[in-house]
Design a protein around this ligand. Sequence first.
Ligand code: FCB
Length: 481
Amino acid sequence: MTDHVTCVPSGVGGWGLRCGAMTDRPDLEFPDGFLWGAATAAYQIEGAVHEGGRGGTVWDAFSHTEGKVANGDTGDVACDHYHRVEQDIDLMVDLGLRAYRFSIAWSRVMPDGRGRVNEEGIAWYGRLVELLLEHDIVPCPTLFHWDLPLGLEEIGGFRNRDTPSWFADYAALMADRLGDRVEMWSTFNEPWCYAYLGHASGVHAPGLRDDKAAVTVAHHELLAHGLAVQAMRAERSGLRLGIVINPSPVEREGSPDADEDEMRRIDAIHNRWWFDATLEGRYPADLLDDLGPLAEAIQPGDNDEIHQPLDWMGINYYFDLLVRGVRPDDTERLRNYPTVVRTADADRRAVHTDMGWPITPDGFTRLLVRLRDEYPGLPPLYITENGCAFDDPVVDGACHDPRRIEYLDLHLRALHAAIEQGVDVRGYFQWSLMDNFEWALGYDKRFGLYHVDFDTLERTPRDSADWYRDVIAANGISDPR
Ligand code: FCB
């Protein structure tokens, strides 16, 4: 039986903190040069959706459609990062961040997604990069974090087989304009989510409910990734290119009725698909059997286009998937992984974050070790997202968030354990620098090291910000246990 560590509410006050004051030398030290960062994404923080020549995106359209986002929230203003970028860089400096992962809104630099270039948008990201570099913070942009230009959605979005080449044009443009100052790039963020949440369950933009479309989009995203890597390399040498995946261990513990075949299917869709394709140039045979329309989308030569050498890979980890009694015919659950998770053994995983996600740090170690064991071609890894939503209020200018500190502490320990077992992980980006627009769940789900008051837009450091500053300064965590 696997031994999941969970955060157990302890006595009065709820949470027993396992981390203490930092000493000069941490008990668990990370490798020299470990890249400590925080992450955000354009639509979740920028706001200013009608400014600077930005074109519309699927998320503008989706969030303005009644009933799609909690409370009718939209990203129109978000954290107003577009206007407050200098202040937000001060927050990063205050944390001592060594790296910042952000995404570029495709429609800010190419308002229609193809053709016309918007110099004002390029200049805005150029300035962000300059400011980061002035403060010795490594810029790590992602080219696609779900905000597809509306102009492309109108002609089929990623269902259209031409979109991968338009994406490659955009990627080459960015390599040309920013590649002199930015080395580390990722093409896609969590392509599974955009394909499935956006096109099968429809809970994300563009909001379709069409299984075949989801499968086609997934394939075209991978194709776009491969074409973009080639286009960027043709444009400029010396770039370090990667892709960000959100794999999950698929667990059966406490689920004796979990169907073996269903677990295999979930593992294929969430995990093997993305790693087999990008690292080995093939799709899992069982996935092709399971998903009929996938074979229809694949054309000769696609696998080779997708299979490009990568300098690194990004792993986003929040929780594992506990499959419990999923019926083979229950495809609805496969469409939307939070639905799968809701089948988790509630007793064993008594504590959930505000997202309803269980807290499963052991799965993090297992996942990383498994990737290392199963993929000989695995490049160095970066943890590009990890974090939790807990809504602790600001009281008298302070925001105490012991549950976030405990979550992060547990996951850094789990990460350290994987590194000790020889997994090559070079950095960790906490999600997120500040509270932001959490997609279909709006502003209520708060992931930030900084609390954001969405009326005044004031940022207030949480205790976790102080804690993370200490972790970065010490390059590790102390273990008072
Ligand atoms: C990830 C997304 C990120 C954020 C976190 C909580 O799936 O990449 O934008 O929403 O979840």
